[in-house]
Structure formats: C-alpha cells, structure tokens
Design a protein. Structure first.
Length: 227
C-alpha cells in the first residue's frame, strides 16, 4: 500500500484530500507546517511513497523544504500551489519536484498525476539495485543490506556511500566529497567530520573495519568503492 504525506495548512483541503485518497486505497499522513512535515519525513521517510507539498506554509517555504529533503531522500514530490508563474514553476522543478499542479485543481486530475509519478518512481527503483559481494544497496529506497540484514545508516552516511558507489570506477578526493555533502541539519561537513563519517560507515558495513572491502582509502587522495 502506498503512503502519501499531505503537507497543507488549509485544513478543509487537507481533510478532503485525505478522505479522497484513503477512499482510493492509499494510506495518508498530514502535516500543516514545515516542522511537522520534516518530523514526518525523518521518522518515516523510507516508508513514504510520495509527498503532496504546498509551497506556502506558516513556518517556511515549501520549495526550500523540498530542496533540503531531496538532498537526503529520493522522495517523489508534487507541489500543490497557487504560485503558477513560469518562474515559480521552474524554481519548484529545480528544487526537485516531480510534478506541479496549480490551485484550484481537479481532484481526478491530481489522482492521475499521483499515479503517473508513482509509476515512474517504481520503474526507477527497479533500476537502482546495486550489489557487490555481500552488500546490496537499494538506491530507490535508500536502504543498505549486508547478507540480507538491513544496516542502519544516517542520511549523511548513506549519501557518502551513495556517492562512492555512483563513482566506483574512480577515486573521489576529499575535496570532491566535502563539496557534495551536508549533514542532516544542512551544516557543511568539514574534514574532521568526514573522517568520523567514514569510520562509522566502515563500522557498519565492513566485517573487519581495519581491512575494508567496500570503502577504500587511496592514501593522499581520497576514497573509492571496492577493490
């Protein structure tokens, strides 16, 4: 069953969407602020199938929130908003939106948009399974398994591993990693913090962290994935 997070401060609209989607067989979660939406994603991010996101929320901008969340989660997002100029729509897509629907909208059209985004997401996730030795990474769901057992990585730990896997035929310098990584609170990661993250990743992934098979140090340069 798909779970949809509805981020909307209009109570009547939120309740109407919730009722309609649950009647269609979806499971729903509701949040009326950026803070509540962020808590929901942090707690259930990998179990949320799609987010319907209003751009204008009482405590922040939905576009900014979308951009921040998409740094950590491959979570499909459809904007529901009265902001319908070309510039605003382009900004939304650049922030990571999968679709954009202007208010007022037809509930039936919204449903078809949801189904289209979910189909694309499912197709992409089937292409994003990566396996190396005993390690399997589901890029679509951002989950990591070793010998079938799920490993619990933080968002930043996963991002580092993902970057190494995506560039596994080359060495990533420390500067390259630092330019691409922000921690879960959107703070810049420095070299000392990167060392801590690498150590934690090895402790979780490697059978023998002192002799790593997955996250390999290339001395004087940076890191690579696998041998």
């Amino acid at each position: 069953m798909y779970t949809i997070l509805i981020v909307e401060d209009d109570v009547l609209l939120c309740d109407g969407l919730k009722m309609y989607l649950e009647d269609k067989g979806f499971r729903t979660l509701c949040a009326s602020t950026v803070k509540k939406a962020e808590d929901a994603v942090r707690n259930m991010g990998h179990n949320i199938s799609l987010m319907l996101l209003d751009c204008s929320l009482p405590d922040g901008d939905g576009v900014v929130f979308c951009r921040r969340i998409r740094q950590e989660y491959e979570l499909p997002v459809i904007f529901l908003t009265a902001r319908d100029t070309d510039e605003e729509m382009i900004e939304g897509f650049r922030a990571g939106a999968d679709d954009y629907i202007a208010k007022p909208f037809s509930i039936n059209v919204l449903y078809e948009r949801i189904m289209a985004v979910l189909r694309r997401s499912k197709e992409e996730s089937t292409k994003q399974l990566f396996q190396y030795r005993e390690l399997m990474v589901d890029m679509g769901k951002r989950k990591v398994f070793r010998e079938g057992e799920e490993l619990r990585l933080s968002g930043t730990e996963y991002r580092i591993l993902e970057l190494l896997i995506q560039n596994r035929r080359q060495v990533l310098t420390r500067d390259m990693l630092l330019q691409k990584i922000w921690d879960c609170d959107a703070n810049y990661v420095d070299e000392n913090t990167l060392n801590v993250y690498i150590r934690r990743i090895r402790q979780k992934l490697e059978k023998n962290p002192g002799k790593p098979e997955y996250v390999i140090t290339v001395f004087g340069i940076g890191y690579t994935f696998g041998r």
